[in-house]
Ligand binder design. Structure first.
Ligand code: ADP
Ligand code: MG
Length: 302
């Protein structure tokens, strides 16, 4: 179990994180979300022991994770961290990078392991390609494979799919998180992508103004977004009579109290997102077909 107890941290004067506490059970997947600059990357770096804490403690089971003042080598054995800016060895191949920290005593087993990892990140065709010849997204996949090569007990991922295009992202995400679950590897992922969270996280922690604003299951926070920041993470929403209503929860009906005038229809694939004027306020709702600008509609909460 990972235990974060009342940690505080500042780079210079400005506090980035204050009194942060939470715990993560072994094998659980937790996502850290929050606006850009809210301290997600800083928190992951602290969990890895990159900096000394100003206050508080971090434990993985019985070992305390200590910063550079107490440790010559940053990063405990049982933990791997994949930074937003991944550092690979550019002049050697993908396979050599992935195998860099694997033992050479059993060359056949080593090769099998590399092949298994190439499968997880779908990079088999590039096994013999030099890393410097890869795209950003491909490099990010090499960094992920290298981080899981030695099966850490816990892995920290900072926006792990940020350089990976939509064609690959969905299947890579499924394959990586499935692999980590199967191996019971605890995973903490900083992300701004709700698709990393909804299907794959046991808990999500929302950072805001140096604090933990919420810590619960994605389903609980989706169903009860207690403020606009959390709602906006999940999608387009409205505030109607002080209540948060997602765009997909508003439907057109024959008659209702909520009379709105259509302003714009945005094509979204299997639906249109409609922007409308409700008594001078902008509202958004989802609709199966395009609606003409100026049309009067009546809305109700589904
Ligand atoms: P996030 O990952 O959520 O975008 P960061 O953890 O990167 O947020 O940054 C949190 C805050 O700390 C920001 O205000 C950022 O400018 C500041 N910060 C990040 N890294 C450093 C650094 N090395 N030195 C000084 N300030 C930093
Ligand atoms: Mg960051």
């Amino acid at each position: 179990m990972l235990q974060v107890k009342n940690i505080c941290f500042r780079y210079k004067k400005q506090a980035v994180l204050e009194n942060i506490s939470f715990h993560v059970k072994a094998g659980d997947h937790v996502s850290i979300i929050g606006e850009s600059g809210s301290g997600k990357s800083t928190l992951l770096k602290l969990l890895y022991g990159t900096y000394d804490l100003d206050e508080g403690h971090i434990f993985w089971n019985d070992s305390e994770i200590l910063g550079p003042k107490h440790n010559l080598i940053i990063g405990p054995e049982f933990m791997k961290y994949v930074a937003q800016e991944f550092d690979l060895m550019p002049f050697i191949t993908v396979s050599e990078n992935i195998g860099a920290f694997l033992s050479n005593f059993f060359p056949e087993e080593k090769q099998e392991r590399i092949n298994e990892l190439l499968d997880v990140v779908e990079l088999n065709p590039f096994a013999k390609t030099k890393v410097k010849e890869l795209s950003g997204g491909q490099k990010q996949r090499v960094a992920l494979a290298r981080a899981i090569a030695k099966q850490p007990e816990i892995i920290l991922l900072d926006e792990p799919f940020s350089h990976i295009d939509n064609f690959k992202k969905q299947s890579l995400r499924r394959s990586l998180f499935k692999y980590l679950k199967e191996k019971n590897i605890t995973c903490i992922v900083a992300t701004h992508d709700k698709d990393d969270v909804l299907s794959f996280s046991d808990h999500m922690i929302v950072l805001h103004n140096t604090e933990v604003l919420a810590n619960n299951t994605p389903k609980h926070l989706y169903d009860n977004p207690k403020n606009k920041l959390i709602a906006s993470f999940f999608g387009e929403f409205n505030e109607i009579n002080g209540e948060i209503v997602y765009a997909n929860q508003l439907k057109t009906v024959d008659k209702s109290e909520l009379k709105a005038i259509v302003k714009q229809s945005y094509y979204k694939g299997y639906f249109y997102l409609i922007e409308a004027d409700l008594n001078g306020e902008i509202v958004f709702f989802e609709h199966g077909t395009q609606l003409k600008k100026g049309k009067t509609v009546f809305l109700n909460q589904a």
